[in-house]
Design a protein around this ligand. Structure first.
Ligand SMILES: Nc1nc(=O)c2c([nH]1)NC[C@@H]1CN(c3ccc(C(=O)N[C@@H](CCC(=O)O)C(=O)O)cc3)C=[N+]21
Length: 298
């Protein structure tokens, strides 16, 4: 038995189509063009690629993209001043400050400075708190993408599903667990101090792997027929492709898990593309909520 592949690329393309439709309607009915500002500090090559992809897809959906590339040695004061300018700019509906920031900048301070109404990353404590309370707000993109892919694979309704979230990071594990609880799953959080991690994972009908350890989840950690969402994007050496080459692998040993699972996300082409699509959707949500407009279905 081999698992069904959950096509994150296709699901993300569908979400972007919905975003494009919503943007077209906002332009026609409200003379409103949502805008997303992305801030990149420094020269990290992977971050540069992501930021370029975000800008391109923002424009493809009919929105405005504002890119701010700052040198590595930018001071915290200057970055905070830019965030304040973007907070005050009426053309900017969403603000994303690409992580990780250089070591001399206090990331928490920067996140706190972003207007929660423009926090399309969903990282501000006010938005994190709204998830805890089960209230609508701006939901972090990768966790939202995980939920959408799980729903796609499990017939649209996650009520009563036994879900295990491996990893408890602020960026993914914790918010995914909260979102799944809001979807009426029974959620177990598994982390480095958990006892018998493999057995806990094997109890899951929905397993979300978000630990950042390449191929940690083995085939025999997966319950036969389970849905597996692999959040990991790890670059590992690939000598078989040639000297110095690398490839992307997830937190799941895909070749093993695909033989056991009912459905599984590939890496690449799984959660990654959903993250960016959810960012675009959040920009539309932010643009509408800020103006008291109804948020379109996407
Ligand atoms: N404030 C902030 N928000 C973020 O959401 C954020 C961030 N900082 N810093 C970096 C991480 C990483 N991230 C990814 C998004 C899409 C792919 C993606 O589309 N990946 C493709 C493959 C890309 C490749 O080939 O390298 C895939 O999985 O198919 C990956 C990684 C967002 N991040």
């Amino acid at each position: 038995m081999t698992a069904t592949l959950i096509d994150g690329k296709a699901r993300a393309a569908r979400l972007r189509e919905a975003v494009s439709g919503a943007v077209a309607a906002l332009k026609a009915d409200e003379a409103l063009t949502p805008g997303l500002a992305v801030v990149l500090v420094g020269e990290d090559p992977a971050s540069k690629v992501y930021v370029a992809n975000k800008a391109r897809q923002t424009e493809e959906c009919g929105m405005r993209s504002f890119e701010h590339r700052l040198p590595e040695e930018t001071s915290e004061t200057d970055l905070l001043a830019l965030v304040e300018r973007l907070n005050a700019d009426p053309q900017v509906d969403g603000i994303l400050v690409q992580m990780p920031l250089p070591g001399h900048i206090d990331t928490d301070k920067v996140v706190l400075a972003i207007d929660p109404a423009k926090d399309v990353d969903g990282l501000h404590p006010q938005n994190a708190g709204r998830i805890v309370l089960g209230k609508p707000g701006l939901v972090p993109c990768t966790p939202q993408g995980c939920v959408l892919l799980a729903k796609e694979a499990m017939g649209g309704d996650l009520s009563g599903v036994n879900a295990v979230v491996l990893g408890r990071s602020i960026l993914v594990g914790k918010p995914v667990a909260l979102l799944l609880q809001n979807e009426n799953c029974t959620v177990t959080m598994v982390h480095s101090r958990s006892r018998d991690i493999a057995a806990l994972c094997r109890s899951a009908d929905l397993l979300v792997a978000a630990v950042g350890r390449p191929q940690m989840v083995r085939g025999d950690w997966v319950k036969p027929g389970a849905t597996v969402i692999d959040v990991g994007i790890n670059r590992v050496p690939a000598p078989e492709k040639g000297e110095g080459k690398t490839r992307l692998v997830g937190d799941v040993a895909f070749d093993e898990a695909v033989e056991v699972a009912g459905a599984i996300t590939p890496v690449p082409g799984g959660v990654g593309p959903m993250t960016i699509a959810c960012l675009l959707a959040n920009t539309v949500v932010a643009a509408c909520q800020r103006r008291g407009l109804a948020v379109p279905a996407m």
